[in-house]
Design a protein around this ligand. Structure first.
Ligand code: DAH
Length: 339
């Protein structure tokens, strides 16, 4: 039995010399020291020994167990260190490697100009207001003093969801919603999508964008309208830009005017962009109709206001010399990459 024990020690030691992984080490441990291991089964046979032999063999077996346990532990520590080192080596990061180039997205041309326009008005103390694109007929027409028989309500222009609900044809309903929810002084612009039942071509799209503006306070005059919009035009087109106002008609303003800007390409002498006119029409505007103020619960005797509305696509098309509106909505990278 003594010999058996010694040969267990000898064999185990030998195997431990050639271990290269923690898993292998564990296998060796189980093989010799495990519950069904070789050392254990020798100890089980001790019952057959005489009373004198038993303590001698028992002591030897325990010595060998202790010895092997220590050995295994040492080998284990070496292995753990080695595996850690290897792992670190594999995970080494070469900080001098060139980075992977990510392709950067770009702002859509409509967003480029819209952001500029927003900044200009925010700089003048305006806030941004929003309203729903699926709108009540009341806000889109009725409250804006657009009576039932007005041509703007013609089903040719308006997408009706049902008798009372439309896709908004203009951003002007946000005026009404703002005045309903806020007391003057009011200074807001409201950019957003609008819808009209137009056939698609180079200058028409059933969806496009408008930017609405509204100012309501005590003593707001046509002079404030002209001054504000002139500053806006100069910030957008440069200090040399000139503006002119032409009388016009909108149901929700009185008086109403359209504003032209001197052509930013030829400066007014006439060219292809302004079609020889020297002037480019950029927005509709006017003093908020007293009826509209009243409908929103604002006393027209105490307050007055001006409003304006412009189409974003046309402004952007002229800015970048884009000749087809459809390009804005096709998301063709070759087009979008140019801005
Ligand atoms: N909503 C008008 C349109 O779609 C544009 C407009 C004109 C808005 C005059 C206004 C305004 O607020 O005062 O043609």
């Amino acid at each position: 039995m003594k010999e058996q024990l010694n040969s267990i020690r000898f064999n185990a030691e030998k195997e431990l010399e050639n271990i290269s992984s923690i898993q292998e080490l564990e296998n060796v441990r189980i093989k010799y020291l495990g519950k069904k291991g070789e050392l254990t089964s020798v100890l089980r046979g001790m019952g057959a020994l005489s009373a004198e032999e038993r303590p001698v063999i028992g002591q030897l077996a325990n010595e060998i167990r202790g010895y092997l346990e220590e050995k295994i532990d040492n080998v284990k520590q070496v292995l753990v260190k080695k595996e850690k080192q290897e792992k670190l080596q594999q995970e080494v990061i070469d900080v001098t490697m060139p980075g992977k180039r990510r392709s950067l997205g770009k702002k859509h041309p409509l967003s480029i100009v819209l952001d500029e326009i927003k900044d200009i008005f925010i700089g003048m103390g305006f806030e941004i207001a929003e309203g729903p694109e699926v709108e009540l007929d009341y806000y889109n027409f009725e409250a804006l003093n657009i009576p039932k028989n007005h041509p703007a309500r013609d089903t040719q222009d308006t997408f009706y969801i049902n008798e009372n609900i439309v896709l908004r044809t203009q951003t002007s309903p946000v005026q009404i919603r703002t005045m309903e929810n806020k007391k003057p002084p009011i200074r807001v612009i409201s950019p957003g999508r609008v819808y009209r039942s137009d056939a698609v071509d180079a200058t028409h799209s059933p969806v496009f964008h408008q930017i609405e503006g509204l100012v309501v306070d005590k003593n707001v005059t046509m002079g404030d309208l002209k001054g504000t919009l002139e500053v806006f035009a100069k910030r957008l087109y440069g200090e040399d830009a000139k503006v002119r106002f032409r009388p016009h008609h909108f149901p929700f303003t009185e008086p109403s005017a359209e504003m032209d800007v001197s052509c930013f390409v030829c400066g007014g002498s006439g060219c292809r962009v302004c079609k020889g006119e020297g002037w480019i029409e950029i927005l509709g505007s006017g003093m908020v109709h007293p009826k509209v103020l009243k409908i929103c619960g604002i006393d027209p005797e105490e307050y007055s206001g001006f409003a304006f509305g412009m189409g974003l696509e046309r402004i952007v098309m002229r800015r970048f010399d884009i000749d087809d509106l459809r390009l804005f909505f096709e998301n063709d990278m070759r087009f979008l990459k140019q801005f």
